[in-house]
Design a protein around this ligand. Structure first.
Ligand code: F6R
Length: 575
């Protein structure tokens, strides 16, 4: 949540360059943005417009997802100190900002915004009255409680100072430029070399290069690492939205993952199998769409007699019993989700072992893990996760296969490609669902996690209220909401008699039924999508893809801002 970026360069660059980099982080927050080019601050409400002529050798910028204080120009970053000399951009939450603010107000500071972030600029100004910048930065880290990735500039100096705790921050170098950013996507088209900040570290970046320091101001060595982050082809290309582009990439990203699991990631994959075998208890920890992937993974593993637990990370500490024989498998696209990080800290404190399955390389969750597998979905720009879900699920299916689950994973990419041939029919179904204010998606067993995932996709992209349910649970309450014409999407795997009965129960109460099934003779022609696949678990993933398309076309029919839905952000770095 919130994206920050800063560039220091040997040669002058324009604000356009800075805004272009910021635009690549817009998926982290998009209610307002601002830049500081060493001379002046410019702020705007709304989406980032890449424009501006001013040139400088250093600049910082911020795209906001509001936490403290509403969406307004004065709450947008960068924030200035009282004397206007210090400019800062911040991602995170300063938990003790009220206390700091009170103290500074007593000393005569006046504040221009309602944010927690502004105190950072004022506090640094206060610290600099008695200290050099080298002494003030460690003091600033010590004084702040909470989470922060902060970039600081002082007027008249072509330097950026950076500090970080628990919010992501990376540094990349490319052709005489050093770039600091919330994540590698800000510069992954410039370089694949980066240094990843650990907590309470400081960096000083000038035209002559960068230096890292620890929280006491002692110089530390931090090597640049090479990362692999394959972009399919940048831009939306022919697809109208990133969401559609990313769905259409699914066959190729699944192929890439399957190849990698049999080649470069094979040793890590086998190590994961060993760790699972040796652990008395295995618990998945994740949020949102990633949680739905783990629910599907738990189903697959259960089919081969393995008992694994999956928990939503924000509730992990309330429901998980962790000890030294517990293996926690964190699953996260961004690798930065604060609720997951928090669950892992809790697990670590109780002696649990941490492994992870992530998309963004070298992300915090990956670095917290003793072993981590990459799902290799490449950059996912649409806020709603699609191709990452498919690759998470495909990896978990491979895992179950390694434990004895009978499935042919190799033809999954082709099966997804074949499903795309039904796009016109799926679109027609979506356009009918788009006319309703509510929708229900029902599944059982294999398709229960998918029902939840499809409902989440519909909610976040089209704003239609959607519930994803266990078919068996409907009659215990929710069926009261079914009226004449209420759309119900039923996910029927292989002629499952129970879900067919549940479908009939809602149909008898007037629901408009749509069916996604792999059974060739079920359902009517218009309202049923027949998905070609056998009874080997792949139907779950394929039904999810069909559901992603339903969500996409429903949102498009309603004219929603599909790639950046209201109130959301791609990387949820607050609790
Ligand atoms: C929904 C979506 C979110 C994320 C969730 C976890 O489309 O993208 O529900 O799945 O915020 O994010 P990661 O996977 O980055 O931990």
């Amino acid at each position: 949540m919130c994206g920050i970026v800063g560039i220091v360069s040997e040669k002058a660059f324009s604000s356009r360059t800075l805004l272009e980099r910021l635009k690549r982080l817009e998926y982290r927050g998009y209610d307002s943005y601002g830049v500081f080019d060493g001379r002046e601050v410019r702020k705007r409400i709304g989406g980032i417009r890449v424009e501006g002529r001013g040139r400088s050798t250093a600049g910082i910028a911020h795209t906001r997802w509001a936490t403290h204080g509403g969406v307004s120009e004065r709450n947008a970053h960068p924030h200035l100190s009282c004397d206007g000399r210090i400019a800062i951009v911040h991602n995170g939450i300063i938990e003790n900002y009220e206390e700091i603010k009170k103290d500074l107000v007593r000393k005569g500071h006046s504040f221009a915004s309602e944010t927690d972030s502004e105190v950072i600029a004022h506090l640094l100004e206060d610290l600099l009255r008695r200290r050099s910048i080298e002494e003030a930065l460690p003091a600033l880290i010590r004084a702040l409680a909470g989470t922060f990735a902060v970039l600081i500039m002082i007027k008249g100096r072509d330097k950026i100072y950076a500090i970080k705790r628990d919010s992501p921050l990376v540094l990349g170098t490319a052709d005489g430029r050093t770039i600091l950013a919330s994540d590698i996507y800000a510069f992954s088209d410039w370089t694949n070399r980066a240094a990843f900040f650990d907590n309470d570290e400081i960096a000083v970046v000038g035209p002559d290069g960068h230096r890292f320091f620890d929280r006491n101001g002692k110089r530390i060595r931090k090597p640049l690492r090479t990362f692999r982050w394959e972009e399919e082809r940048t831009g939306k290309r022919r697809a109208k939205h990133y969401m559609l582009k990313e769905i259409l990439e699914e066959p190729s990203v699944v192929r890439r993952l399957l190849f990698s699991l049999g080649h470069d990631q094979k040793p890590a994959f086998h190590k994961l199998l060993r760790l699972i075998r040796r652990s008395r208890k295995v618990i998945f920890a994740s949020c949102g769409t990633s949680y739905h992937a783990t629910l599907l993974g738990a189903y697959y593993l259960h089919q081969v007699g393995m008992e694994v637990q999956t928990l939503i990370a924000s509730e992990f500490r309330h429901f998980a019993k962790v000890d030294r024989d517990t293996l926690i498998v964190a699953v996260s696209q961004s690798g930065e989700t604060m609720d997951v990080i928090d669950a892992l800290k809790y697990a670590q404190a109780n002696g649990g072992r941490i492994v992870s399955i992530v998309n963004v390389p070298h992300s915090t969750i990956q670095r917290m893990s003793e072993l981590s597998l990459n799902i290799l979905a490449g950059p996912e720009i649409c806020v709603a996760s699609t191709k990452a879900f498919v690759n998470q699920a495909a990896l978990l299916l491979k895992l179950a296969q390694a434990f004895g689950f009978k499935v042919n994973c190799d033809n999954l990419p082709d099966r997804i490609q074949t499903l795309f041939k039904a796009r016109a029919k799926i679109k027609a179904i979506a356009e009918r669902i788009a006319r309703s204010k509510d929708a229900y998606i029902i599944g059982r067993g294999l398709t229960y996690p998918i029902a939840r995932e499809i409902a989440l996709k519909i909610k976040e992209t089209s704003y239609i209220h959607a519930e994803g349910m266990m078919g068996g649970e409907l009659k215990h309450g929710t069926i009261a909401l079914i009226e004449s014409g209420t759309p119900v999407v039923s996910l029927i795997n292989n002629n499952d008699a129970d879900i067919i009965s549940n479908t009939k129960e809602v149909e008898a109460r007037g629901a408009k039924i749509f069916i996604l099934t792999n059974h060739p003779t079920l359902g009517g022609s218009e309202d049923t999508v027949h998905i070609k696949t056998g009874n080997d678990g792949k139907f779950g993933i394929l039904a999810a893809v069909a559901g992603q398309l339903i969500a996409y076309y429903a949102a498009d029919a309603l004219g929603r801002p599909i790639d950046k839905p209201r109130n959301l952000a791609k990387s949820v770095t607050v609790k």
